[in-house]
Design a protein around this ligand. Structure first.
Ligand SMILES: O=C1C[C@@](O)(C(=O)O)C[C@@H](O)[C@@H]1O
Length: 666
């Protein structure tokens, strides 16, 4: 079991002693043991999987004597074999290449734990990293969403997800998860007609296509005919077959209808792995009563296997919204778990869509049809909440340089896109005094500060552990709690750095690995040190600066060039040098570069945090030296995603930030 820095968003008050970086024991950072079943001529996928895991790999013939995986080595076997001896001790992963239609999809379902569907032209490494991180339990999107005050899901209604792709980034602004309505997919048969139920192969291809283009958790839904869907109800086993496959495909959520026989629901719950179950109940009769004992009984039934319980009824009177709200308050005060998502359908039920807080389904004008009567977009819900006095207009401040102002313009775009009532106020200089003045303004709604200010800002009653450890506040979060507003100084930059590092590698690829960090002063590098520690990276060697703050115990300064020789191969090099000095990292990149990708055993990532015009391009150089290399635009985009989450509680996808922000803000 490994140790890591406590990175939860806990906060501390200034009345308490100065923070130290708390160390927490976590599971899931050991090297996983993986057996990959690959298809003929597809051994490259074994190398890709090992690359994302930062582990070695080898191919074996299971007929050749002892073939047990060696700890830390990804083992590949061609074709389908009896995998019994590996099950339990290793994760058995069947892989299917879908460059061409592949009828083998699902054929090894019974001998594997998970199935990875992929294309090689192009190959999406980010998708593989996300898939592996999830199925190996190294990320937990449900836990992250559970911390949000409000969550939404975008219900896509496309017959073919390819039609969604050009608009996917804009469609998902404001969504925390994306639902694939499998029952609405339309597979064309050779004679030009559509099959009643899309085949598993078609669904698998559709799901893969969607996941390659979105970072949002996916909800896999097979809605039945009685509940406004198209999946036939005469064979409940059909639902099981699709939903279990969704678990094997690594879907974060499966939607399990409550009418399904209990044995199937129980079986899915016992086989769900890291996927979560949304227990779903829809009543279209128009006779459902939230006040009846039946409603509570149905919640109780859903709660047995559901990680979220969703209950939805078609209504025709306003009164039924009040009854639902009463029901919601009873449920929430009686059952701390699982969370309840309760909605009324139809035009009369729209109020409940604004008031529901858990996985509120949203639509978007660019979708072909709405998924259910009365559905609203994220913008419509925010406008409704504002008119009802549930989302007061706040002033959000952007302190800082022109760069910060450029970022402010992007925030403004998001605020407009989501119809949030807030207003952005730009203040050219970032200073503690400026902040101290605005936090007292009655409609102060938070601030974004670039460059960040020292974490000792006395005008803020509390700061997060991350901001205290890094010593810098780049975001002030204002959360209202009744008539009181809590202000917290936080740091989003470290999260942007961490997200960039985890784009193409799973967290365990970094655990216990060395890193080298270059900067001219501690303030440039502190967020990076925190991000590295959050991934349990260590030792962290520093060049060019001294760390004196709370993170000093986590770094080892390099005294001279001879120290470089002591580090065999760092998994990460980060340069936080100014742009005009950024080429100083080149000798290090060359010294540790040059390995061919197939020889690569561990993660090998270079991050250039320098911003602005420069003479050369260390990112390009790093790439030629075999590093996975990222520049400041990547880190800034992830940081923007995190800042918006903190400031307005809304999720804006990374790809949307890259798309809409263009190059101007960087
Ligand atoms: O369960 C739900 C909720 C929903 O029915 C709605 O009312 O918005 C839409 C469906 O796509 C989704 O699966």
């Amino acid at each position: 079991m490994a140790t890591r820095v406590q990175v939860e968003t806990s906060t501390m008050s200034f009345a308490k002693p100065r923070p130290i970086v708390a160390i927490e024991e976590v599971r899931g950072h050991e090297e996983p043991s993986i057996l990959v079943l690959y298809e003929r001529d597809q051994e490259q996928i074994v190398a890709e999987i090992a690359g994302v895991l930062g582990q070695q790999w080898r191919l074996i013939d299971p007929e050749d004597g002892d073939a047990s995986p060696i700890d830390g080595t990804v083992v590949g076997i061609c074709g389908a074999h009896d995998t019994l001896r590996w099950r339990g001790s290793s994760t058995v992963l069947a892989t299917h290449c879908l460059d061409d239609p592949n009828p083998a999809v699902g054929s090894r379902s019974s001998i594997c734990d998970y199935e990875y569907l992929y294309t090689t032209k192009p190959f999406f490494r980010r998708d593989l990293a996300r898939f592996l991180s999830f199925v190996l339990g190294q990320i937990n999107p449900h836990k992250d969403l559970a911390k949000k005050a409000k969550t939404t899901l975008i219900s896509t209604t496309f017959p073919d997800v390819h039609a969604a792709l050009p608009n996917l980034d804009i469609l998902s602004v404001g969504a925390d998860a994306i639902e694939i309505r499998v029952d609405l997919l339309k597979e064309t048969k050779p004679d030009g007609s559509f099959s009643d139920v899309p085949s598993l192969q078609y669904v698998g291809e559709q799901l893969m296509t969607l996941r390659q283009r979105t970072e949002l958790p996916i909800i896999f839904t097979t809605r039945c005919t009685k509940e406004n869907g198209r999946f036939p109800m005469d064979d409940p086993k059909l639902f099981y077959d699709y939903l279990y496959r969704a678990v094997q495909w690594g879907c974060e959520y499966i939607d399990v209808e409550l009418w399904l026989p209990e044995d199937l629901r129980r079986k899915l719950a016992s086989q769900k792995g890291n996927s979560k179950i949304i227990s779903a109940f829809h009543d279209f009769s128009g006779n459902f009563k939230w006040t009846s004992p039946d409603a509570q009984r149905l919640f109780g039934q859903g709660a047995i296997y559901g990680d979220v319980v969703k209950m939805i009824a078609l209504v025709s009177t306003m009164q039924e919204n009040y009854e639902l709200e009463y029901f919601r308050s009873i449920i929430q005060s009686t059952y701390p778990y699982p969370p309840f998502s309760g909605l009324n359908m139809g035009p009369m039920g729209q109020l409940s869509r604004a008031l529901n807080k858990i996985f509120t389904p949203i639509t978007h004008p660019l979708l072909p049809i709405i998924a259910a009567p009365g559905q609203l977009s994220a913008a419509e819900i925010n406008s409704a909440l504002h008119s009802m006095g549930q989302m007061p207009k706040l002033d959000m401040y952007c302190f800082g340089s022109m760069r910060a102002t450029g970022q402010a313009m992007f925030f403004e775009k998001c605020i407009n896109e989501l119809s949030l009532p807030h207003q952005l106020v730009c203040v050219e200089q970032s200073s503690q005094d400026g902040l101290a003045t605005v936090v007292k303004i009655p409609h102060f709604g938070g601030a974004f500060i670039n460059p960040p200010i020292a974490a000792s800002a006395p005008c803020l009653p509390s700061i997060s552990d991350a901001a205290a450890s890094i010593g810098q506040i780049d975001t002030v979060v204002a959360r209202s709690d009744g008539d009181k507003t809590n202000l917290v100084g936080d740091n989003a930059t470290w999260k942007g750095i961490r997200a960039t590092l985890c784009r193409d590698f799973v967290p365990s690829a970094y655990s216990g690995q060395a890193a080298i960090l270059l900067a001219s002063q501690e303030s440039q590098a502190a967020a990076a040190v925190f991000a590295l520690r959050s991934l349990n990276i260590g030792p962290i060697y520093t060049i060019g600066f001294k760390v004196q703050g709370p993170l000093s115990g986590f770094v080892t300064p390099f005294k001279g060039l001879e120290d470089v020789k002591k580090v065999e191969q760092p998994a990460v090099i980060i340069s936080a040098l100014r742009a005009d000095k950024s080429l100083l990292v080149s000798p290090l990149l060359k010294h540790y570069g040059g390995h061919k990708p197939e020889q690569r055993k561990a993660a090998k990532v270079f991050l250039d945090l320098s911003n602005g015009p420069r003479k050369g391009d260390p990112v390009a150089l790093a790439e030629t030296q075999g590093w996975a290399a990222y520049g400041i635009a990547d880190v800034n985009a992830w940081t923007t995603v995190e800042t918006l989450r903190l400031l307005v509680g809304q999720n804006v996808p990374y790809d949307f930030v890259r798309l809409a922000a263009g190059r101007s803000i960087y």
